[in-house]
Ligand binder design. Structure first.
Ligand code: SDX
Length: 429
């Protein structure tokens, strides 16, 4: 097929730009020659119209509410797979066969312990420190312990670092929770699956045996799957940009954790539950809907809206189903927060403002209710998001390192500051 072209015409000068097509989804207009040809930059704050890279990992169709990981729909992965299988898929590009799955599970399981010195990091924090602050600090510090897997030019070291991150995040997250609630750390057990191990490290106490509830373990594993990767979102782009300078993988993941913490991104699950608690009852919903629509009010309905999804977030549907399963298993009949959430969703989806702006519930709307019911405090919600997203960050980081086109990311700007001017001595100011 003849190469497609786009033509930019500036002051009568025409610049031909190559148009490239992917497997599915929008084409891209390659603007790499633009600055040299026109001495002009493109301008796209928030990157609403910008593709930052080529990727084979995840595809999202925001209008259709589609999410694929290496071509597999999220609905099928959440239904039939487990989180470590999705980790293998994201990292290697194919679903593992039985032998590959067993080997991958074994390798991850045998990297779950952290260096014993890590536990001293926690004692430096106040007990009421936000667990996300602890995660930023501790994950960044991992590079101080694992010098043998920080050479990013060595594929073997990159894969060891990748496995270490996937394996150790639950252990560090559980330690952050235990430190926060003032209970002793619980070591991982190699005879438990990934999600069960995490629940036990969080909720077991020395005084009695902890029995994992298989329904909650399955729900936890599915929640990890739903949060595993999501194309070039803010925190993944942060990891890619940090990695483009050659920074070690542990430092790059710490940067991703910091970005995810924001309430507009991964912090929305904590903010959504806080909002539901603030609304408190169904009769107060109209007041908050009005606030969300008021241009002069910074209030937003947390858990609603998305840069890409202009239809229902497919993860939110699966999350809602998981919420009902967990509440059913725990015998939580009439959770007032769930009642408010479902009524808020019903009203918002029929309100012309939300319809016009295509604001649907996203992954963060129901996850908080589920995690609260499972026993996690709200400040742990984004920690769990970071735990699950680590595999997506590390898969995208590896893809960036292996991309022959990759170079240090360095955007330019439209300068609107002061023109050149001479220094004025303080006596004359
Ligand atoms: C995640 O990118 C990813 O893939 C992220 C994520 C992932 O898996 O990595 O999916 C995870 O971050 C999900 C999003 C979680 N954030 C929230 O739930 C916070 C509430 N949502 C909003 O802050 C907002 O919708 C964003 C940040 C999610 C999207 O922001 P955009 O694309 O920049 O949209 P926008 O802010 O330009 O909003 C468009 C319009 C605006 O009105 P106008 O200026 O056009 O008049 O919609 C309005 C906004 O005011 N709007 C909302 C709203 N979200 C957008 N109004 C009320 N409540 C909201 N939640």
């Amino acid at each position: 097929m003849a190469d497609k072209k786009a033509v930019v015409s500036i002051d009568g000068k025409q610049v031909d730009l190559q148009v490239r097509s992917g497997t599915i989804g929008p084409d891209v207009m390659d603007i790499t020659p633009l600055y040299k040809a026109t001495n002009m930059f493109t301008y796209d704050p928030g990157f609403t119209s910008t593709a930052s890279c080529e990727s084979k990992i995840t595809f999202i169709d925001g209008d259709e509410g589609v999410l694929l990981h290496r071509g597999y729909p999220i609905e099928q992965l959440a239904e039939h797979g487990d989180f470590l299988e999705v980790c293998y898929l994201l990292l290697y590009g194919e679903l593992p066969n039985a032998a590959q799955k067993a080997d991958f599970d074994y390798r991850v399981t045998h990297h779950t312990m952290v260096h014993e010195q890590m536990s001293r990091f926690f004692t430096g924090f106040r007990r009421d420190a936000h667990p996300m602050a602890v995660m930023c600090g501790c994950v960044g510090a991992l590079s101080a312990f694992y010098h043998d897997s920080t050479d990013i030019t060595d594929p073997k070291q990159r894969m060891i670092a990748s496995l270490r991150m996937i394996a150790k995040m639950p252990t560090i997250a559980a330690m952050a929770y235990k430190y926060h609630v003032g209970q002793p750390f619980v070591y991982p057990k190699n005879d438990l699956d990934y999600a069960s191990n995490f629940l036990r490290m969080c909720f077991a106490v020395p005084c009695e045996e902890y029995v994992v509830n298989p329904v909650l373990a399955r729900a936890m594993d599915r929640i990890f799957i739903l949060h595993a990767d999501h194309e070039q979102n803010a925190s993944t782009s942060t990891v890619r940009l940090a990695g483009s300078s050659g920074a070690n993988p542990f430092a790059c993941i710490a940067a991703g954790i910091a970005c995810l913490w924001g309430p507009a991104h991964g912090g929305a699950n904590e903010a959504a539950l806080t909002m539901l608690a603030e609304i408190g009852s169904v009769d107060r919903i109209p007041h908050f809907i009005a606030k969300a629509k008021d241009k002069n009010d910074p209030f937003r309905l947390m858990g609603f809206g998305h840069r890409v999804y202009k239809n229902y977030d497919p993860r939110a549907k699966i999350m809602q189903k998981t919420t009902h399963e967990v509440l059913g298993e725990l015998g939580v009949k009439d959770d007032p927060l769930l009642e408010v959430a479902m009524e808020l969703e019903r009203i918002a989806l029929s309100d012309e403002y939300f319809i016009e702006k295509k604001l649907y519930p996203n992954i963060d709307f129901y996850s908080g209710i589920t995690l609260k019911a499972m026993g996690f405090p709200t400040e742990m919600f984004t920690v769990l998001f970071a735990l699950a997203r680590t595999v997506g960050w590390i898969a995208q980081w590896n893809e960036m390192i292996e991309d022959p086109q990759q170079r240090i990311g360095r955007p330019r700007q439209l300068y609107v500051g002061a023109p050149t001017r001479d220094y004025v001595p303080v006596s004359k100011r």
